[in-house]
Design a protein around this ligand. Structure first.
Ligand code: HEM
Length: 109
């Protein structure tokens, strides 16, 4: 699906940067698509960082923390982030019989 990135307003650099990013508007020309991006499948997300359309976040824990803040308006404690990250790592699978691995190891958790 497509969703607005940054539903919950926040201060600081990410929002400033996002104000200039047309997102899906660049494809459709529809004003309502300003700042809208494809929600990526989370399959294999543990090995596909850096995260988001512009690779702004290096670690999965950082991506989960930002999602909670900007999409849900919630601040997670690190234990909650850790548990979600552990769950997301269960979505990593095999390709041609071999476990997928991230080229550069994510040391966030
Ligand atoms: C705790 C709940 C959530 C978790 C753990 C989560 C996790 C993630 C992760 C890990 C990514 C990065 C994927 C990648 O770059 O490969 C992502 C991207 C994204 N998520 Fe979430 N998400 C959550 C809630 C939401 C909600 C509620 C929405 C929308 C209503 C949303 C919309 C998006 C969008 C649009 C992107 C792509 C943004 C971009 O490429 O810049 N997420 N999510």
């Amino acid at each position: 699906m497509f969703q607005k990135f940054g539903i919950v307003p926040t201060d600081g650099p990410p929002r400033d940067r996002d104000a200039d990013d047309p997102g899906r508007l660049a494809i459709t020309g529809r004003a309502r698509d300003q700042g809208v991006f494809r929600v990526p499948s989370l399959r294999n997300v543990g090995v596909t960082g850096p995260y988001y359309h512009d690779g702004r976040i290096e670690t999965l824990a950082g991506a989960v923390d930002l999602m909670a803040r900007r999409q849900l308006g919630k601040v997670l404690v690190s234990k909650e982030v850790d548990l979600i990250v552990q769950f997301l790592h269960t979505l990593t699978g095999t390709y041609q019989g071999k476990w997928l691995m991230r080229a550069k190891e994510d040391t966030s958790s």
